[in-house]
Design a binder for this molecule. Structure first.
Ligand SMILES: NC(=O)c1ccc[n+]([C@@H]2O[C@H](COP(=O)([O-])OP(=O)(O)OC[C@H]3O[C@@H](n4cnc5c(N)ncnc54)[C@H](OP(=O)(O)O)[C@@H]3O)[C@@H](O)[C@H]2O)c1
Length: 253
């Protein structure tokens, strides 16, 4: 392996690391050499993933935190520093969506999406960023979406959150480049996970997706891992404020 892609000795915090993309990303970062902090709202789930990572030979701290809650984010940062003494990588992955016509969206729906996808991601970056400024190095990777680039009438709050996340990525990159902190994003297309596989495989949905996806298949969690490892690694030291789209050509279509 190219040595600049190695994450040997790095400490990575992955939010939403117990399922789907975050689970794959956590395992991918560990396979590249990083020690991990595994975050979701449920301690038992975090412990399960942490023990898998420890069985694979890396350290892992399980930490239940609600990323919508600032006190919970502060506790996460405090415990990580206590355990490892620093944070080299933050992957802001925890996210949610509400699928409804815009005229049906409630204030609760809007807040549920924006509070996690945008507000939570910002304050996690801010709290971790303060530590990275002290260290004078760090990588922040925000998990956005192709729906940060284009709209969809049924997930308006989600699109607003991911579009905001992409501009937040650029803004933080500008603010912190002088501290040797790189802030980038990944924008996946339709990636099959345990949670969404039934919906994506509904005949009408699947047909529509295949018509618009040049690669003619859904994405797999493994499809996004390499890009996140790259953006977390010294190989990406001169890349900041950017996003990598992993969508089988969907956006290019
Ligand atoms: N799957 C796709 O096709 C796709 C495409 C583009 C972008 N994305 C983005 O990728 C990210 C992950 O998506 P996914 O499909 O893998 O999601 P998922 O399968 O629903 O997993 C979400 C993870 O986030 C955790 N989580 C949820 N709410 C949380 C909170 N308030 N605080 C802390 N953790 C929380 C969940 O655990 P608990 O519920 O136990 O807390 C779980 O570990 C999201 O940002 C999503 O927008 C996904």
């Amino acid at each position: 392996m190219l040595s600049s892609l190695s994450l040997e000795g790095k400490v990575a915090v992955v939010t939403g690391a117990t399922k789907g993309l975050g689970y794959g990303i956590a395992h991918g970062l560990a396979a590249a050499g990083a020690d991990l902090v595994i975050v979701s709202r449920h301690q038992g789930d975090c412990e399960k993933v942490a023990s898998e990572i420890e069985a694979a030979g890396r350290q892992a701290l399980p930490q239940a935190s609600d990323m919508r809650d600032l006190a919970s984010i502060d506790l996460l940062v405090e415990k990580t520093i206590k355990q490892y003494g620093r944070i080299d990588i933050l992957v802001n992955n925890a996210g949610t969506a509400v699928t409804k016509a815009p005229e049906q969206v409630t204030e609760e729906d809007w807040d549920a999406v924006l509070d996690l996808n945008l507000k939570g991601a910002f304050f996690a970056a801010q709290r971790v960023g303060r530590q990275m400024i002290r260290q004078q190095h760090g990588k922040i990777i925000n998990v956005a979406s192709v729906f940060g680039f284009v709209g969809d009438g049924n997930i308006v709050a989600y699109c607003a959150s991911k579009g905001g996340l992409l501009l937040m990525t650029k803004s933080l990159a500008l603010a912190w480049a002088r501290h040797n902190i790189q802030v980038n994003a990944i924008a996946p297309g339709y990636i099959e996970t345990e949670m969404n596989t039934d919906v994506l495989h509904q005949e009408k949905v699947f047909k529509h997706l295949m018509k618009n996806t040049p690669a003619k298949r859904l994405g797999k969690v493994e499809d996004v891992i390499g890009a996140v490892v790259y953006m977390s690694s010294p190989a990406a030291d001169y890349m900041t404020g950017q996003s990598i789209v992993v969508d089988g050509g969907w956006l290019a279509h």
